[in-house]
Design a protein around this ligand. Structure first.
Ligand SMILES: Cc1cc2nc3c(=O)[nH]c(=O)nc-3n(C[C@H](O)[C@H](O)[C@H](O)COP(=O)(O)OP(=O)(O)OC[C@H]3O[C@@H](n4cnc5c(N)ncnc54)[C@H](O)[C@@H]3O)c2cc1C
Ligand SMILES: *[C@@H]1O[C@H](CO)[C@@H](O)[C@H](O)[C@H]1NC(C)=O
Ligand SMILES: *[C@@H]1O[C@H](CO)[C@@H](O)[C@H](O)[C@H]1NC(C)=O
Ligand SMILES: *[C@@H]1O[C@H](CO)[C@@H](O)[C@H](O)[C@H]1NC(C)=O
Length: 566
């Protein structure tokens, strides 16, 4: 009996390992020989990238390596996906030049790995570094080290590498232009331009200058064949797709060249709050009137005036009792001085009752910090801190409004917001330049007629009991459900930079365009078909695959009604 005893457990152990497809045991045929993924990959990049040949291990990090966990975790922003249960990539690759990005792409293809690009790791569903499948047959190509920003103030352009943060871009643009130029993009300084511009990028200057992606004039992309292409080389189809079609689908952006925009020496801003202590009475009536008036005007204000609204729950301790009340905040950015802004507000939205003491003047760079929430005149260098945004647990959903929410809907919002102390809602007005760009001008389709976007957040700190996750998720999904009657329909629109896997996802190994239309047309409306056709041309084998990558649509010339002599 004795000698045969270990056999069964050993067999079970082996079975167990192969079912989990442990990356450490990953084996395949490489040039006739069977080798370890890491060693074979090292040889491949050394061959492909002479500059790396001396020390390829600087570029390649496998699960057994000491460098792997810290590199993988470095920019995981949503701690929900930092858990040990999250399926990990087979390799983390850390190129520092465009040539190394090319080598990574070619070697991933040669080793049967799909590729997920990562710049800043802010993807709300973590798709730049995690898979929902069981088998880690993908590599993360992390371009965080490619982060140079060069400003040519005379020509009014900047070149920013994918791993540059918005904070670094804003700071360098302001410094390089003596404060004359700015760039319209999002408010979170740690978001990287690699993902952000790939998905659009909205922020407090969008009413004047559109999305970040609307201001891209050139780019360098490594395609699925490992070629480095600029705008002329990639052609207008691919160049259209990368400006809002979402990251991670058609190539790895190495750098963007963007048009900078003029900003005045003085801009101004206010932040004012309305706390609703008693429901059902006069205070609520007057708040509802203000919310209704704001919805009527905020999308139609002069382009240089952006007034956003947010809601959250405020806990008030009242003796032994602590109760939550709706807190509504209005926050502005005006590209001009306080006296001009107050004149505009008094004209369009007098119900807000803005006083000169509510208004603050500052330069544009400071206003980017202010919009993010650093409202006390902190030094602009804060924008250079790549870890400024605290890592948290969160879930986000987003809707668009094509007509104002009527009073009953507003009352439902005020009721719902106090149900979760970690929940909040941001409503950003569009209009202005956002509605003048044609729907098919870029992949971002929510243009004319889309008045506002509503962002439903629930975010809880690492110190809080993680088992509350289910409650938070059901609150934010319930809120989204509650708003159904009031928001855009057919399709119920969504925004790819606010990725939401509740909308649907690709099936690994059987990704279908028809199935993907369910979520794809929510993000892109009719532009989804064109994106899928570009994907079909540039990456039909889906080297760049994720749960929400664009599926390839290869239309035969006969079906498309086109004449081709090939
Ligand atoms: C705190 C916070 C605040 C935010 N605020 C705003 C805001 O104000 N406005 C707004 O519009 N959005 C905002 N976002 C959303 C943000 O714009 C997107 O999540 C964006 O895609 C993040 O880019 P990243 O490079 O940091 O993230 P990543 O997770 O690295 O990438 C996001 C997606 O792009 C792909 N990708 C990354 N790098 C590249 C590349 N070089 N080439 C091709 N594809 C790439 C990834 O594979 C992934 O699919 C915010 C997000 C967070 C977490
Ligand atoms: C504000 O700016 C306007 C120009 O738009 C200027 O005419 C006015 O004098 C400025 N007011 C103050 C108080 O600086
Ligand atoms: C976390 O919360 C759950 C209830 O939601 C509770 O059962 C559990 O004991 C809590 N755990 C800790 C460590 O507080
Ligand atoms: C793949 O997807 C298509 C369309 O959804 C479906 O008809 C087909 O049965 C699927 N094939 C497999 C092998 O699952």
């Amino acid at each position: 009996m004795e000698p045969s005893r270990p056999r069964l457990p050993l067999l079970l152990l082996l079975l167990h390992f192969s079912l989990l497809a442990s990356p450490c045991s990953a084996r395949w045929r490489d040039g006739g020989g069977v080798g370890d993924l890491r060693e074979s990959f090292l040889r491949c990049v050394a061959r492909r990238s002479p500059a790396t040949a001396g020390d390829p291990s600087r570029l390649v990090h496998a699960p057994g390596d000491a460098s792997y966990p810290s590199l993988l975790d470095s920019t995981i922003q949503n701690l929900r996906f930092a858990s040990p249960r999250t399926p990990r990539p087979a390799l983390v690759l850390t190129p520092v030049t465009a040539d190394e990005v090319r080598a990574c792409v070619v070697c991933c293809r040669a080793h049967g790995l799909t590729v997920r690009a990562r710049s800043g790791g802010h993807d709300y569903e973590g798709l730049s570094y995690r898979s929902l499948g069981r088998s880690p047959r993908f590599a993360v190509v992390d371009v965080a080290a490619l982060r140079a920003v060069r400003v040519d103030a005379a020509r009014g352009v900047a070149r920013a590498e994918a791993g540059a943060t918005l904070g670094e871009l804003y700071y360098t643009v302001a410094e390089g232009s003596g404060g004359r130029l700015g760039f319209p993009a999002g408010i979170c300084p740690t978001v990287c331009v690699g993902g952000h511009l790939s998905g659009g990028g909205f922020g407090p200057m969008m009413r004047k200058y559109g999305l970040a992606a609307d201001n891209v004039v050139d780019a360098e992309v490594v395609d699925a064949e490992g070629r480095l292409l600029d705008r002329a080389a990639m052609g207008e189809g691919l160049f259209w797709a990368i400006r809002g079609g979402g990251g991670g689908s058609v190539g790895i952006v190495v750098s963007w060249t963007v048009n900078l925009v003029p900003v005045p020496a003085v801009v101004s801003a206010f932040t004012v709050h309305r706390l609703l202590l008693r429901r059902g009475g006069h205070d609520e009536q007057s708040l509802l009137r203000l919310l209704t008036k704001w919805q009527a005007v905020a999308h139609a204000l002069p382009d240089n005036l952006f007034v956003k609204m947010s809601m959250e729950a405020k806990t008030i301790n009242d003796g032994d009792d602590s109760t939550r009340h709706p807190l509504v905040t209005f926050k502005s950015l005006f590209l001009g001085n306080c006296s001009d802004m107050i004149t505009q507000i008094d004209h369009h939205l007098p119900e807000l009752g803005i006083k000169p003491t509510d208004c603050r003047e500052m330069n544009w760079l400071q206003s980017m910090l202010y919009s993010y929430g650093y409202t006390n005149g902190q030094p602009a260098e804060v924008l250079l801190d790549r870890t400024l945004q605290p890592k948290d647990y969160y879930k986000i959903k987003l809707d668009y409004l094509t007509s104002p929410i009527p009073t009953p809907g507003l009352i439902e919002l005020l009721t719902k917001i106090v149900e979760d102390e970690d929940g909040s809602i941001d409503i950003d007005p569009q209009g202005g330049e956002m509605s003048r760009i044609p729907e098919s001008g870029t992949p971002y389709a929510h243009r004319s007629g889309y008045l506002y976007n509503l962002q439903y957040f629930v975010k809880w700190g690492g110190d809080k009991n993680v088992s509350y996750e289910d409650d938070h998720l059901s609150w934010v999904r319930g809120l989204h459900e509650l708003m159904t009657p009031y928001v855009s329909k057919n399709p119920r629109a969504a925004y790819i930079n606010y990725r939401d896997l509740d909308l649907g996802q690709n099936v690994e190994g059987n990704t279908s365009y028809e199935e993907a239309r369910v979520w794809g047309e929510k993000y892109f409306r009719g532009n989804f078909r064109r994106l899928a056709m570009v994907k079909g041309e540039v990456d039909p084998d889906q080297l760049f695959w994720s749960e929400q990558s664009i599926p390839p649509l290869v239309v035969s010339t006969r079906d498309a009604g086109l004449v081709s002599d090939s």
